[in-house]
Write a protein that binds this ligand. Structure first.
Ligand code: SAM
Length: 234
């Protein structure tokens, strides 16, 4: 078996298409002593597709303060641990940040294996400017907080990237249109999956489309152009 260094390996996993599981991710997940994951059923299913089966330990937002010290104690004793999330890159709208911080604090070796990420995939697929972008992730659920967060974002001179769900999509798009102005945008759904779909248009038009069609199924990234409209493509 390959000898790997001690410490924490933060491992990105596919956001839908198993072909995006890197050879390096497979090698590390096969070699580590333990895998910390959000949900053993989700990660177990992924690992079984690659015939990987080290012990798993659940690490998510609700048990993080209890489980983090356990993981750190293991790491300090030389146990190698991989951190994965349900999909994509850990620590991006997913657990991981505090564990990573603690590893740095205690001088525990930290290795990040890059891979799939919905925000960057959606940004590139949107066709909107990529030179400067701002990742917002999820907007607050409550409409007051959501509007004031959008107010804050309205002056950001960059393409904006949001995570959203189907139920809230139409409302979010119309809130964006009214607070940010009627900018160019893209709704990227089910990226890398069989039913991948990207709809591009002005925020008001997209809001109307989804209001009429009802909540779409699947996972969604919304990308919104910067305050000034981009020049037309060459
Ligand atoms: N850590 C993940 C990453 O690197 O992309 C994101 C985790 S966050 C909890 C999940 C959100 O990411 C979903 O609600 C959706 O907004 C977005 N997402 C994840 N997979 C997606 C996909 N295949 N297509 C579109 N959006 C996706």
């Amino acid at each position: 078996m390959t000898k790997i260094k001690n410490g924490l390996f933060v491992v990105a996993t596919p956001i839908g298409n198993l072909g995006d599981m890197s050879a390096r991710a497979q090698e590390i997940l096969t070699t580590v002593d333990k895998i910390a994951c959000e949900d053993t059923r989700v990660t177990g299913k992924l690992l079984s597709r690659f015939s990987i089966n080290p012990p798993m330990i659940v690490y998510h937002d609700h048990n993080a303060s209890k489980v983090r010290p356990v993981l750190l104690a293991d790491l300090k004793q030389g146990v190698t641990i991989a951190l994965v999330s349900d999909a994509g890159t850990p620590a991006i709208s997913d657990p991981g940040y505090k564990l990573i911080q603690a590893c740095i604090k205690y001088n525990i070796s930290l290795t990040v294996l890059p891979g799939a990420n919905a925000a960057l995939t959606g940004l590139v697929q949107s066709g909107l400017p990529t030179d400067r972008f701002f990742f917002q992730g999820y907007l607050p659920v409550k409409s007051g907080a959501r509007l004031s967060e959008l107010e804050e974002l309205s002056g950001v001179p960059a393409t904006l990237i949001f995570y959203e769900n189907g139920k809230r999509l139409a409302k979010s798009l119309s809130a964006m249109a009214s607070v940010l102005g009627d900018r160019h945008a893209a709704v990227a759904r089910e990226l890398t999956k069989l039913h991948e779909e990207v709809r591009r248009g002005l925020l008001s038009g997209l809001a109307a489309e989804y209001c009429e069609a009802g909540a779409p199924k699947g996972e969604i990234v919304v990308v919104v152009s910067p305050p000034e409209l981009p020049p037309p493509p060459d």
